[in-house]
Design a protein around this ligand. Structure first.
Ligand code: SAH
Length: 253
């Protein structure tokens, strides 16, 4: 008699447990369904992808939180051809017009980190390309100047950056000449590879300022920082191997 009462009690609790589990599970499923039914806009999806990209770069060694925040804020899919948009948040370089490339996000972050930009600093970029790097510099509060040797790239980048609300000063010209009228610059960033250090650009650095450039030929380059320590003196350091498109002389229409 005692055993059977215990069995009834056990049966009661097992039934109660099952009922509760079924109710809770169906409520959770309904909640997930409700969430899945709410459409996520393309732009918020891209915001999430940019955030994931920034986290990936942090994992790969980028430490400057301001650089990571800028990467998370710039909509990279806007800087590539529509057919490439699905790859925009991969950590990969992608082709743009005129046989050029938009640099790999890790490289953009690495070069920007070496600049150690403070808000309001005047920075000259050589090689506007898609305009992505210029947008990252704008996000960091710098006063941005950028030169591109291909007229088409210059025009496209200008239209694109302005549409997105970025207002760097863009120029169609030969980066080897720099911008003597706007010099001196706190920082100079070269995003194409010269085989030798462009002398005119060194002279456009303010004393205490520095230039970040991938230095070397087509087989590969060393990321190099050249700091102007006085009117005549410069100090050079290197920071690993990279591959960039070459920095070419003259302009193209
Ligand atoms: N910063 C760019 C990367 C572009 S790739 C971006 O974020 O997309 C390098 C760019 O440098 C190319 O667009 C190329 O046309 C440009 N370039 C090469 N030599 C140059 C020169 N002498 N002056 C200005 N731009 C140059």
């Amino acid at each position: 008699m005692r055993t059977s009462r215990r069995e009834i009690l056990l049966l009661f609790f097992v039934t109660l447990y099952c009922c509760l589990t079924v109710t809770c599970t169906s409520q959770t499923v309904n909640k997930v369904k409700e969430k899945a039914d709410t459409p996520i806009s393309d732009s918020s999806l891209n915001n999430i992808k940019a955030l994931i990209l920034a986290k990936d770069l942090k994992r790969k060694g980028i430490r400057d939180e301001r650089v990571l925040a800028a990467i998370a804020a710039v909509p990279r899919e806007q800087f590539v051809n529509e057919s490439m948009a699905e790859f925009a948040y991969l950590d990969k370089p992608l082709p743009i017009e005129e046989g050029q490339t938009i640099s790999q996000p890790y490289t953009v972050a690495f070069q920007t980190e070496l600049l150690q930009l403070k808000p309001g600093e005047k920075v000259l970029e050589i090689g506007t390309g898609s305009g992505y790097q210029a947008a990252v510099l704008c996000e960091m509060g710098a006063e941005v100047y950028s030169i591109e040797r291909y007229r088409e790239l210059y025009l496209t980048a200008k239209e694109r950056l302005n549409r997105l609300g970025y207002t760097p000063q863009l120029f169609h010209g030969d980066g080897y000449e720099g911008l003597p009228e706007q010099a001196p610059f706190d920082k100079i960033l070269i995003t194409a590879a010269p085989e030798e250090i462009p002398e005119k650009l060194k002279e456009q650095l303010r004393v205490g300022g520095w230039m970040v450039l991938p230095l070397g030929g087509r087989m590969g380059q060393k990321m190099t920082v050249i700091k102007r320590t006085s009117g005549e003196k410069y100090r050079q350091t290197t920071h690993g191997d990279f591959i960039f498109v070459p920095m070419q002389k003259g302009t193209e229409n």
